[in-house]
Structures are given as structure tokens and as C-alpha cells.
Design a protein around this ligand. Structure first.
Ligand code: PLP
Length: 461
């Protein structure tokens, strides 16, 4: 299996190369050249299997000969061993035809752990084999950073630098990034918002001299390995609700479009998904785009679901690439227009997107109201992101079972949850001392030269 860039001007790579590279040199994102499909019988056979077994079957066709079957099974086993629930991604029923997929039982209490824990294992296996040393730089609205640090802390051939927007992440998120004591972990609080952090990251990747000098690698959801790991839980959830004999729909709290894009891949692989619903908070650029066909940036307004406070959704480019019939030049032209504020999607591409994705938004009031109602009426304490999801899902319920993805644990956003529900969500016992551990963080300006100097200083090149 080969991986090609969404902008059509980089050479095709193997799975291992695409994973270690992150962003393509033409600025695009890697996608598989052809998608493998699973037969009805193969999907039916997943019933009753463990998360790890299904993970192996779903991901195996994508990794080529990067790992042997035995190696890959070992990496999957290690990746999910630290999860606090035997099912890894348990389903909870909310209402007759509405289910919640709890993706917050990993070490940092958000769904990012599903991909990051596996990426950590795969990077380590690959680097041990090659003897290379790499520098991971990631941008985060809160959860990616903590998940990346948790996955890479203490590894010998990796330094991990995480840029997060100063003052715009929750205290639990910040502490998960600033309290690890390992010397290879570098938490950087940058002046600006998440889009500034993400733009800085992209600029660093596009500075090829720097990129080569520090052996830069990326673990943001631009990394194909991240998307791939997230495809798995669509299969486990749908199969436990009767797929492939029955259709299932999903609603996904969305920011960077990585998680919902994984659902789209699952559907293209043969999983009978009826609706894929994009749920946004008040930063509703994706909802507006699907309503109007115009992708127009506005400012980010901080919300109580900060991991979705975003205007430039990286992975949307992967969907656009398919919508444009895999015409990399067309995608590159649209992305150039995005730099100056936005673009208009062509009629054919827009139609494809509208046929594939539904959407909705939740205001701040609606998000808080959902937290309150779901606790009172369904006994379920939701994090604000998951609450955005259930609010939007309510408008799409019908005869087909709906699964809303619960993307984080309520304890990760205690202030918003308390304000909405009156209840404090306690941290799980294994991280109960988070508030007592000393923090280590460097405040940095939105200045690429200064940041590059700091990174080189820290890794001594
Ligand atoms: C990252 C994140 C999201 C958004 O996921 P994308 O893949 O970026 O769309 C939603 N909720 C939580 C809690 C997150 O951490």
C-alpha cells in the first residue's frame, strides 16, 4: 500500500515513511492510494472479538510490510494495555436508539489516546530498528498534546515539544502536559490561539532546512497513523449494534476533522454507516461550510469545549481531495486561497460532501443544557465536547441506531461541567495527585525564529 499527497506534488511513500514524515513536502496530507475493503463476512466475523483483535484486522491492510503480523499484534496489545476499561471503547445506551461511545478510558482521558498510544509504539519500534533520533513537534488545543506527551515520555530516541495556546487550555489539560518529569518532554505555552499554534507547526514543517536538521516528525492528526487508529472504534461500535446486518449512524464532536474522517474511511471500507454527522460548537466553520459550500475563516471565539475551538480544520483537506476526484492541483489551489481567508467549493465537490456528511452546531447555552439534561434524565455526566455531540445528534435520531462519540472524560473540564450540572467530576484514582505535582513549562512568543532556536538549543544540534 502506497500513500500519496492531497496536493499531488510529492512522491508516494510506504506506510512507515508516511507515518514518520507527517506532512508532505508539497504541504499536503498523506492518504492511501487505494482503500482496502472488508467483506460482509469479514465484518460479521468481528462480532464478539476483543478491541485488539478488531484493531489488527482493520489496520493490517494499511501497514504493508512495515511490521510483521506478530510485531503488529504486540504493538497493539501494548498500546491499549494501559486503558482503564476492558472493552477499551465501551458503548452506553442513552435512549432507545441513541448510544454513547466512551472514548475516554485512556491514560489522558480523551479519545486522542487511542491513536497516540499506538503511534508511540509504532514510532519506537521503527526508530529502534533504524537507530534514528527524531524531534516531535505538535500543536494542541489541549488533548493531543497531553496524549502525545504520555505516549512519548521517557523514550530514548525521541524529544517531544508541544505548543499549546497560553491560557486557553483547561487546568487538567495543562497539568497533564506540564507535570511529566522526563527530560525529553518540552511543554511550550505560546501566545496566540490554537490556529496560531497549528500554523506555526506547518511553517516549521515547510522550512525544509530546519525540518531536516532536527529530523522533525509530526503526530498531529495530519499524521495518517492517527486517522488509521481511529477507524477501529467505528467498527467495534457498529458491530456490537448489529453491523454488518444493520446500518448504524455516528455523530462526532469535530474540530480538526480527524475523528469524523476516520468514520468516513470506515464507511468506504465497507462498514454500513448511514449518517456521519459533524457536530461543532459555536466555532462552526465546518457546519457553515456544509450548509453553504463556502469555507470562510472567522476569528476563534473561546468556548467551553476548547478542543474544538478551531477555524482551519486540517483533515478537511483529505475529504476535499476525494470530493475533487483526487485532483491534487485543485486542492492546492483551494488551500492557497485559504491563506487569504477562504474558498468556494466547486458544485460537484460540494455535492459529494453534502451527500457524505450531515452537520449541526451547539451554542454555549445548548452545550450546558445538554450536560444538565443528560445527567438528570439519563444519568450520564458528559464533558462539554460530548455534550455538543449529543445535542446535535438529537436532531438526527430515527430508526437507525445513532452512536455519539464521547471524546473526553468530564473530569478533564471540571469548571464547565460543574457550572452546567452542579456536580464535580472527580479524576480517576490513578491521576488523583495531578494538582499536587510541580509544573514545568516555557512561555514562548508566536515567533518562528525564536522557537526554532529554542528547539535546537534543547536537543543540542
Ligand atoms: C480533539 C478533540 C475533538 C476534535 O476531534 P478532531 O479529530 O480534531 O475533529 C473533540 N473533542 C475532544 C475532547 C478532543 O480532544
Amino acid at each position: 500500500m502506497r500513500y500519496i499527497s492531497t496536493r499531488g506534488a510529492s512522491e508516494a511513500l510506504t506506510f512507515e515513511q508516511a507515518m514518520m514524515t507527517g506532512l508532505a513536502r508539497d504541504g499536503g496530507l498523506y492518504v492511501p492510494e487505494d482503500l482496502p475493503t472488508l467483506t460482509h463476512a469479514q465484518i460479521a466475523d468481528m462480532a464478539g472479538k476483543s478491541y485488539e483483535e478488531v484493531a489488527f484486522e482493520v489496520m493490517r491492510p494499511f501497514i504493508g510490510d512495515t511490521f510483521t503480523d506478530a510485531e503488529f499484534k504486540g504493538l497493539i496489545a501494548k498500546a491499549y494495555a494501559g486503558f482503564g476499561h476492558a472493552a477499551r471503547a465501551p458503548l452506553v445506551q442513552l435512549a432507545p436508539n441513541h448510544f454513547l461511545l466512551e472514548l475516554f478510558h485512556g491514560p489522558t482521558l480523551a479519545f486522542k489516546d487511542f491513536a497516540m498510544q499506538l503511534i508511540g509504539q509504532m514510532f519506537q519500534a521503527s526508530l529502534t530498528r533504524s537507530g534514528d533520533r527524531i524531534t516531535i513537534v505538535g500543536a494542541t488545543s489541549g488533548d493531543t498534546g497531553s496524549a502525545a506527551i504520555e505516549a512519548f515520555r521517557g523514550l530514548t530516541n525521541v524529544d517531544v515539544f508541544i505548543l499549546f495556546p497560553y491560557g486557553r487550555v483547561s487546568e487538567v489539560q495543562r497539568r497533564q502536559m506540564t507535570t511529566p518529569v522526563e527530560a525529553n518532554v518540552h511543554a511550550l505555552a505560546m501566545d496566540g490561539d490554537f490556529d496560531d499554534c497549528q500554523a506555526m507547526l506547518k511553517d516549521m514543517f515547510n522550512d525544509f532546512a530546519f525540518r531536516d536538521e532536527v529530523r522533525l516528525a509530526g503526530v498531529n492528526s495530519i499524521n495518517w497513523g492517527r486517522v488509521l487508529a481511529q477507524v477501529v472504534y467505528y467498527f467495534t461500535a457498529a458491530v456490537s449494534l448489529g453491523a454488518p446486518h444493520r446500518e448504524v449512524s455516528f455523530t462526532v464532536p469535530t474540530g480538526n476533522f480527524g475523528d469524523i474522517f476516520a468514520g468516513y474511511i470506515a464507511k468506504k471500507m465497507g462498514l454500513p454507516i448511514a449518517d456521519l454527522v459533524v457536530a461543532t460548537n459555536q466555532n462552526d466553520i465546518l457546519h457553515r461550510t456544509l450548509e453553504t459550500g463556502a469555507y470562510t475563516k472567522e476569528g476563534v471565539i473561546p468556548s467551553i469545549s476548547p478542543s474544538m475551538d478551531i477555524q482551519v480544520s486540517s483533515n478537511f483537506e483529505r475529504a476535499l481531495f476525494d470530493a475533487y476526484g483526487r485532483d491534487g492541483a485543485a486542492v492546492a489551489a483551494q488551500m492557497a486561497d485559504l491563506k487569504s481567508g477562504g474558498f468556494e467549493i466547486s458544485q460537484g465537490a460540494y455535492q459529494m460532501l453534502k451527500d457524505t456528511f450531515k452537520s449541526g452546531r451547539a451554542s454555549e447555552e445548548e452545550t450546558s443544557a445538554a450536560i444538565k439534561t443528560y445527567l438528570a434524565d439519563h444519568g450520564e455526566l458528559l464533558c462539554p465536547h460530548s455534550a455538543v455531540g449529543v445535542h446535535v445528534a438529537e436532531n438526527h435520531l430515527g430508526t437507525i441506531p445513532m452512536v455519539t462519540l464521547a471524546t473526553a472524560h468530564p473530569a478533564k473540564f471540571p469548571d464547565a461541567v460543574k457550572a452546567a450540572s452542579g456536580i464535580s467530576a472527580p479524576l480517576p484514582p490513578r491521576m488523583a495527585d495531578l494538582y499536587d505535582r510541580p509544573e514545568r513549562v516555557t512561555r514562548v512568543a508566536n515567533d518562528m525564529a525564536a522557537l526554532q532556536a529554542l528547539i535546537k538549543e534543547r536537543i543540542k544540534v
